[in-house]
Design a protein. Sequence first.
Length: 474
Amino acid sequence: MSEVDVQSLAIERDEASADARGHAARHALLADAASRAQRYLDALPERAVRPDPDGVRGLAAWDTPLGDEPTDAHEVLRLLDEIGSPATMAMAGPRFFGFVIGGSLPVTVAAGWLATAWDQNTGLAAVTPATAELERIALGWLVDLFDLPPGTGGGFVTGATVANLTALAAGRHAVLRRAGWDVEADGLFGAPPITVVVGEEVHPTLVKSLGVLGLGRNRVVTVPADRQGRMRADAFPRIDGPTIVCLQAGNVNSGAFDPIAELAPRARDAGAWVHVDGAFGLWAKVSPALRALADGVELADSWATDAHKWLNVPYDSGLAFSRDADAMRAAMAVRAAYLPATGVREPSDFTPELSRRARGVEVWAALRALGRRGVAEMIERNCRQARRFATGLAAAGHQVLNEVALNQVVVAFGDAERTRRTIAAIQEDGTCWAGPTTWQGRAAMRISVSSWATTDDDVERSLEAMLRAAAAAG
Ligand SMILES: Cc1ncc(COP(=O)(O)O)c(C=O)c1O
């Protein structure tokens, strides 16, 4: 062997051992992260749901000047876990009932880890075929689950806020195209005016979307709502000219549905684009027992929902759908020499972002793991648990202010001051967590049961804690 051969053999040996060391270091780091995550998740059911006050004060330990020198990766993880974990809210745990926030099914956490390792920027199908295919399939399953029209197009976005934005952009395109105007090319200056109809109880993020789209937060026709927060069909306006009607499936406080089966056909017959904000309510459609609540949603033109709420996938994950897939594509797609049309479904044709993580992986994993029956059972269980909260609280003399038809309970503990004290005591106690709202002019607490992890025992423990806090606040 020549001297050159010996030298190149030695270099290869060095590279191989450096490779092995690199693998070993990565294995140790990911194992460290996995075991810290396991410990965190194991502790969730018994720790206080609220962030630990000492832990929150301890966050100051992160606030150092950025050093010049690198920090060992295990030390970085340790800093995250030891300083961050105690200061988290146990949203992933079984007794978090604030806002409308699901947990994360274990299979979706695991699928998310794999998807993070894949690191697929899921914009173009030819570049990321595996994740683009998972999203195409999951979308088909969702269209079927929600009973949406065949051919419906959709995109995987961050949440219902951006899902509303995306779907309403499709609606804006369609109503102006019918009026002979190309809004993507020419904008809104000089365009035929669009009338936007919303309910008095419209979610504020939908109103924000209207502002972003140039349709105006205030430039809307607002239809009064009834005592449950449903749009009043008898007060629905006459429709004339380019119009977008925004209906709601699931009020963020009461869980109530607008009379969609009545209003959607009326609005569509008059030429309007009908959008349904079903951030969590759309999931009622999956359950034979609850489906009637969402009757008529399939008659709309576009829909927004969340997967991070009731499908229980990790944050963030929302879904936008459009009956007219071309309208959504027209509003969202971009082409460039390096982004050619390929004739297949390009994920980025349906989302505001070109680059993004492969959110559909966790959605696919949740649906595949649960099956149609599993999704329905999860939704029905949470609704049954919400009813148990309502009957338990009412039996103790507290005022349940809504018809508990879905997973939401709005409860007052006497006057505003006592209600406020009770909520503060519930949060401080730490058994569970629920937040304040004002409903029909009354200070109240919202309970949203949205997690796969909540057992009936969790509901009983939480109910006891609420009743204890209310008695102490009395
Ligand atoms: C009816 C409705 N629409 C939109 C949203 C906004 O959803 P996200 O926070 O996922 O963007 C919510 C959130 O609770 C909601 O209840």
